[in-house]
Design a protein around this ligand. Sequence first.
Ligand SMILES: Cc1cc2nc3c(=O)[nH]c(=O)nc-3n(C[C@H](O)[C@H](O)[C@H](O)COP(=O)(O)OP(=O)(O)OC[C@H]3O[C@@H](n4cnc5c(N)ncnc54)[C@H](O)[C@@H]3O)c2cc1C
Ligand code: FES
Ligand code: FES
Length: 1345
Amino acid sequence: MGRDKNLVFAVNGQRFELSDIDPSTTVLEFLRLHTRFKSVKLGCGEGGCGACVVLLSRYDPASDRVEDFTTSSCLTLLCSINGCSITTAEGLGNTKDGFHPIQKRFSGFHASQCGFCTPGMCMSLYGALVNAEKTDRPKPSKGFSKLTVSEAERAISGNLCRCTGYRSIADACKSFAANVDIEDLGLNTFWRKGEDKETCLSRLPPYDQNSDIRAFPEFLKDEVKASDGLGVEKCNWYSPVTFEALQCLLGSDGMDKGDRVKVVVGNTGVGYYKDYQHWDKYIDLRHIPELQVIVKDKTGIEIGAAVTITKAVKELRDFSEYLSNLDGGNIFRRLADHMEKIASGFIRNSASLGGNLVMAQREKFPSDIVTILLAGASSVKILAGLKVERITLEEFLRRPPLDPKTMLLSVKIPILKSNSSKVLFETYRAAPRPLGNALPYLNAAFLAEVSQCDSSNNTRINSCRMVFGAHSSQHAVRARKLEDVLVGEKVLSLSLLSEAIEVVKKIVVPEDGISSSAYRTSLAAGFVFTFLIPLIESALPIPKYLDGYSGLVKAVEQERDQLSYGKQVVEVDKQYTPVGDPVAKSQSTIQASGEAVYVDDIPSPTNCLYGAFIYSMKPLVRVKSITFSPSLPKDVVISVVSFQDIPIGGENLGSRTIFGSEPLFADELAHCAGDRVAFVVAESQKLADMAAEAAVIDYDMEDLETPILSVEDAVERLSFFEVLPIFYPEKVGDFSKGMAEADQKILSAQIQLGSQYYFYMENQSALAIPDEDNCMVVHSSTQTPEFLHGTIARCLGVPEHNIRVITRRVGGGFGGKAARAMPVSVACAVAAHKLNRPVRTYLNRKTDMIMAGGRHPMKVTYSVGFKSNGKITALHVDILINGGLSPDISPIMPHNMVNTLKKYDWGNLSFDFKVCKTNHTSKSAMRAPGKVQASFIAEAVIEHVASVLSMEVDVIRTVNLHTQNSLSLFYPGSVGGLEEYTVPLTWVKLGFSSDLAQRTKEIKEFNLCNTWKKRGISRVPIIYEVAVRPTPGKVSLLSDGSVVVEVGGIELGQGLWTKVKQMVAFALSAVQCDGPMDLLEKVRVVQADTLSVTQGGWTAGSTTSEASCQAVQLCCDILVERLRPLRDRLREQQESITWNVLVQQAYLQPVNLSASAFYCPELSSMQYLNYGAAVSEVEIDVLTGETRILRSDIIYDCGKSLNPAVDLGQIEGAFVQGIGFFMLEEYTTNSEGLVNTKGTWTYKIPTLDTVPREFNVEILNSGHHKGRVLSSKASGEPPLLLAASVHCATRAAIKEARRQLLSWSSLDTTDSPFQLDVPATMSVVKELCGLDSVEKYLRWRMSAK
Ligand SMILES: Cc1cc2nc3c(=O)[nH]c(=O)nc-3n(C[C@H](O)[C@H](O)[C@H](O)COP(=O)(O)OP(=O)(O)OC[C@H]3O[C@@H](n4cnc5c(N)ncnc54)[C@H](O)[C@@H]3O)c2cc1C
Ligand code: FES
Ligand code: FES
C-alpha cells in the first residue's frame, strides 16, 4: 500500500484495492455504485444534510492509535482515504449479523419515518459515541456510554430530517448518554409509562462499549504498518510530503505542462463552489508536515493550514485552558466557541482551516474564520515558489486572489495581553440556524484593549480591531473608521456609542443584489452596541467583562443545555389489539441499517443509462436549439430526448390529475423558467448531470407575449384556471347583513403568502426498464402509481397493461411526489423506449428545487366586521392564488381553503377566489395544501381585530370559537356527531395543561424587565376537514401461515404499512387461533405494483392509511369467513388449533386464501373533521430578530388512534414542517420566475436547534366515532396548521418590542396593526422590531440624561 501502489481501504471490514479510479470520485459515489453498501444516501451533495455521513477511521502506526471521525461521503474524495477504514450503517448492524443498539433504539424510540435520513443520523451518533468512549471520563453505568446528553444532541444537530420533528431522534440519541435521566426520554416500545427505572433500564437494548464499537481491521493495520502510511500516488492523485515535491507537481510536472491541477485538503469547498470541471491532477496537501503543525508558545498558537476545524477547535480550547484568563486565554476559548458553530460536525472533521481562508481570499467566501481571526490579529505563512513569507492576515486578504501555485502554510494567532489594560474579545454571528450549518447574514468579531480612567469608573479604548464579514460579496474587513472613532482619549459614553453606530451604518453596507441589506446593516449596529454598552452602563470593574457582554456569555451557556425535550401523553386502547398499540414502525430497523431499498438503491440493470433534465432558464420563450458547451467532452451525451421523441400514437404528457394535464417537454415554447425542455442521457448520473449543466439553450422571444409572472398580471389578462361549480365552496350566511351588524370594520386589508418546497430527503427518482412485447416496468418514488401508470401508457401510446409501476417505499413525499413526480418517471420511460435500454434518474437537489413547484403563493384581501366585544359578524376574503402553468390540483384550492378558514365562527362568510394561470412552474399539493394558508389567514384576521380593539388575542379567539350550532352551519357535510366536537374541551384542557394563564403573567413581567429579549405566547385551534377515498387491498395467506398484504396506499414514512399490519393481525385474529400479537409477526406488506392491485389512487390527504386499513380489514373478513368452517371442523378433532395448522389444512382443502377488496366509504361519512389546539411560547432577540421557540404544547384529537406512536410522529413532524413554513423557509424566485433558493445553502428547513426546546404533545383519545375506521382519525396533515401558534407568539413578542420602541420616542404605545410575513425570518422580525432600535434607545437614554 505504498504511495505508488494501489489505493487500499476497508469498508465495514471488507478490503478494497483499486488500481484505476477517476480521482474525482467521491466516497459516496464509490459506495453506491461499486459496493452493496447503499446506506449512504444522497440528499444534497453539498455537505448540507447529513444523509451521506460515514465514519472514517485512520490508523497511526507511530502512536498505535486510531482516529475516528464522521464525514460527509458526498464531498470526501475516495483517493484521500488510502489506508482508512469506512464504517457505514450496514457495518454497525444489519439483518444478517444482528442490529446495533443504535439501530434498535432508533426503531424503539420511533425515530425513523421515511428512513432516508436515518442511516446518516445513526452514523453521526455513532461517531460521537466512539469518540466519547475514548475520553478518560468515569466509567458509565451499565447500558450507557460516556457520551453526555448535550454531545448526543449536538452529534445530530447538522443532520436534516423532514419527517420526525427531531424530538424522537434526540431521545434515541440521548438514551446512550451517561447523564441522561431516563424519565426524560419519550414514548418508546421498551417500557410503558409508570414503570420503575430499573425495569425501564433492563428493557433498553443493551449497549456495551466492548462489543458495540467496531475495531479497526487488523489486516489494514498491518498493511498501514508495512507501508509508509502516506497518501496514495495513483490515478493522477498526488500526495507530496515535501515542499519540493509539491513545487514540482505545481510546476514542471504539472501546471507548466498545461495540466489542470486541483489542490485539495478536505474537498468540502466543492459543497459551495460546485465543481463540474475536469481536472488532470489532484494534489492532496495533508501529508506535508508543515501544513499540519500545531505550535504553542508564549507568543501564541500556530496552526497548520491543513489542520481540520475540529482539531483547531480542540487545540484552541486546550490552549485557552492552559493560559489563564488574564493571559488572554479567553480569546482562544471564544474562537473555539465560534468555530464550533461553523457548518456541522461531519464537515468540520474534514474541512481545513487553510481551505476556508483560501476560499475567502480567492473567491470571497463569506467565512466566519476570516472574521474572527482577523480580529484576533492573526498572521499567515505562505509559500510562493520555494519562498516562505509571513504576512498579516489582513495583508493576505488584501492581495490579489492567490495564484494556484501559492500555498497557505499556517495561521498564527498571537496572545494579546497588556499589563496596563484589559483585553476584551467577542465574536458574533446571526444565522437562520444558531448551531451552524447556516451561513450568517453577518458575522463580527471585536477586540478592544481598554483601561479605566483614573478619575472615574469610565472606560477608555486604547486600541481595537472591529471586523465585520459575510454581509457582502467581499471578504471580511476591519472597520477602520469605526476603530478611529472609538480609540483615543475619549471615554466610552452613550454619545460616543451613538456616533460609532452612525459610522458603522455607513461601513457595513451590502452592495446591490445582496438580500436583506438594511437588516445586515442594523445587525452590525446591534453587535457594536452589544459589545460596548456594558462598558458604559456598568460601574463594575472591567475584569468582569473580559468576555465582552455578560449577557452573551449566558446565551452561549444556554446553548449547552438540552436542545429539545418533551412529554407525550398517549392513551393505549386495547379494544382492537394490536390496533391501538404504539408498535414500532414496520421496517424501521432496516431503515436504520440502510438496508431498506429506495428506488435509487435498486442495482442498475445491464446496459443502464442515466438521464438529467435540461430546463428553461427563462419564462415564455421559443427554444431554437440546444447545444453543449465546448468544455463538455464529446462522447458524454448519448442522446437528447425531447418532445420530438414521443412515440407515434403517444402524447406529450408529463403528468395529469382530475383537473387537467401538463406536457412532458416544452415543444417549441418553454412556458416558464424551470420548464422541462429535454432529458439528456449519458452513461452515468454524474455525466448526465454534467451534460445538463453544460447545455446551452438558444432562446428567442420575438413576437411572444410577455409572460405572466404575478397574480396581478394574471387578473389583468384574465388568465385563470376554471374551478367547476362542484368544487367551488358555498358561502355561509349573508356578508352584507353581517357587516351591518358590526360595531367596527376593517376594510380591504392585505396579506401576501409565499411558497414552500417539499424538501423530501430523497430527491425525485425513477428507473424504467423495457420489457418483452413493448412493455415497460417503471420503479418510481411516487405517491400516485396509478395515475403515473396511465400517464406513461398514454405518453408511449401503448395499452395500460403494457406498463407496470412499482413503488416499494418513498423517502418522504409531502405531496411533492404526486403530480410533480410523474414527469420524472415518464421521461425515463420515453428515453428507455427511444433507446431500448433501461434508463434511470436521480434528480440532483438543485434541479429538484427548480422544477418542484411547491406550495401555492397567494395574495389575500379581507374585510371583516365585528362587535366591540370581539365577536366577529362577517368576513369576506378575496384570494388570488398563483397556480403556475398547469392546473395540477390548483382548482381544489378554494375548497380546501374555505374548509379551513371556517375554523372560527365568522357569523357570515363570503369569498372570491381566482386561481391564476401564470408562467411559473406548476404549484402543487404540499402537506395541507391551501389549508395551512387559510389557517394563517384566519389567525391574521383574529390578530387584526384584537389589535384594533386593543384586546387580548386569546380572548378574541375564545369568543369566536364555534359552538355546536355554528359548527353545523359552517360544516353541514362533515360535522358528524356533535358530541365529537372536541375543540371547546381541548381549548380549556390545553389552557390548564400548558399553564397558559400563569405563563402569560410571567411573560408580561419578563418583557418589563428585559429590553433586548421579548417573549410572546399564543394559543390557536384547528378544525381540519379530510375526505376518505376508495382504496383497494389484497391479503393472501401463504402455506406456512405467513401473510402477504398489498394495498393501494404507498409507504411514505407516515406509517401506513405499520397500521395496515396491525389491522391485518387484528382482523385475522377473529378466526381465534393465535393471538393478534403473534399474527402481527407473520404479516408482511409488500411494494405497490399497479398490475397486481389496481385503482390505488393517490396517497394523499391524510386518510390513505385508514382507508388502506379498512380495505385490508374487508379482505381479512372474507378470509376469516372462508376459514371458519374448516376451523370448526378441526376443533371438533382437537381442542386448540394453531394458525399455522389451520392455514396448512386450508391449503389441502383447498380454500381460496387470497382475498381482495375495494373499500368505498359511505357517502355520509366520507368527510369528517379533525380537531386540535396548540400553545407556543417564543423569545425573540430584538437586536438580531432571532426567534427561539421555548415551548410548544399540543393536544390533538386522534379519535381512537390506530397507532399512537405513529400518530405522535406525524403530529410532531407536521408541526415542525409547519414551523419551517411559518418561520424559516424562503422558496423564492428571481424576477423571471427561476427558483433562486436551490440548495441547502439558501433553503433552511428546521434542524434540532430550531424546534421547540420543550415540546409536549397529548393525543386525545376521544373515544367512539361513528363511521370512522375503528373510531380513528387522521394525523398526517392537520397538526401542521398548529405551527401558526409559533407565528402568532412571535407576533405577540414583536408587539412588545414595538411598544417599547414607541415609548423611546415618547409616542403613543397603543397597538397599531402590523403585518408579520410568512416566513417570519430573522430579518422580518428585526425589521418589525425596528431596524433602528439601537439608535432610538440611545437617543432616548441620552435625552433622559
Ligand atoms: C455545508 C458547509 C457549511 C459550511 N459553513 C460554513 C460557515 O458557516 N462558516 C464558514 O466560515 N465556513 C463554512 N463552510 C466552509 C468550510 O469551512 C470550508 O469549506 C472548508 O474549511 C474548506 O476546507 P477544505 O479543507 O475542505 O478545503 P478544500 O475544499 O480542499 O479546498 C478549498 C479551496 O482552497 C484551496 N486550498 C485548500 N488548502 C489550501 C492551501 N493550504 N493553500 C492553498 N490553497 C488551498 C483548494 O485548492 C480549493 O480551491 C462550510 C462548508 C460546508 C461544506
Ligand atoms: S448528501 Fe452529503 S451532506 Fe447531503
Ligand atoms: S425519517 Fe428523517 S427524513 Fe424521513
